[in-house]
Design a protein around this ligand. Structure first.
Ligand SMILES: [Cu+2]
Length: 232
């Protein structure tokens, strides 16, 4: 028995020692669209939360073509690794933060209402159970979890139609969302050959990008480029 445990420990250490990181940039190849102002006139509280113009969040690209809020994840992997933290989905300034959220099955998600107004949070998963509840300004925090692995689905606010967030549930921790600079990093990946997917909400599930990569003990780089579909 002792022998088994020590060899398991050894195997575990080996995995950690040889885990690799995967990082890269996601960009957009094409004419960069003009930013569109987001109008929140239906709720004065939302308007008052912003001193500067707010732009639509569905396609956030900077002047160098770096694309934010792209969900990058390994497809052909599963893992018993427990979630390392509680995920947070904040309703702040009548916007969801983050816009795109990856979580693990069973991971606690804290839903915050940082606004002095009423939100209604309405998740539309198909595999997990749909949920729909109000969060008046006095309710600052609620918790939810998703038990099952599920492809990306929308979470929206029925009070403020511009509020949308996208959630995907994984059976592993090997996913990341690009920052405003288009960069992502996925840490501590066990060595192996993987398929890596990049998903962006405007391009949708039919136009995800997929690449192969071999991860070893060293860090790997993998970049993705989204482009407009060619006109027929
Ligand atoms: Cu709302």
């Amino acid at each position: 028995m002792k022998k088994i445990i020590s060899s398991l420990l050894f195997a575990g250490l080996l995995t950690i020692a040889f885990a690799g990181d995967l990082s890269g940039t996601v960009n957009y190849d094409g004419k960069i669209p003009k930013k569109k102002t987001l109008r929140m006139d239906s709720d004065p509280v939302c308007n008052a939360a912003h001193s500067e113009a707010v732009y639509k969040q569905s396609f956030l690209v900077d002047e160098n073509g770096n694309l934010a809020n792209v969900l990058v994840y390994i497809k052909n992997i599963s893992s018993d690794t427990a979630p390392s933290e509680i995920a947070v989905l904040d309703q702040n300034g009548c916007m969801y933060n983050p816009r795109v959220l990856g979580v693990q099955a069973g991971q606690e998600i804290k839903i915050l209402n940082s606004d002095p107004t009423m939100h209604n949070i309405h998740g539309l998963p198909k595999v997990n159970r749909e949920f729909n509840f109000g969060m008046p300004k006095t309710v600052k925090e609620k918790s939810i979890t998703f038990d099952k692995v599920e492809d990306v689905f929308v979470v929206k606010c029925d009070v403020h139609p511009w509020m949308k967030s996208y959630v995907q549930v994984f059976d592993h921790p090997y996913f990341a969302v690009t920052g405003i600079d288009g960069k992502f990093t996925i840490n501590n990946i066990p060595p192996g050959d993987y398929e890596v997917v990049a998903w962006q909400e405007k391009f949708g599930s039919k136009r995800t990008l997929l690449k192969q990569v071999t991860v070893g003990k060293d860090s790997q780089t993998l970049d993705f480029t989204f482009s407009r579909p060619k006109k027929k």
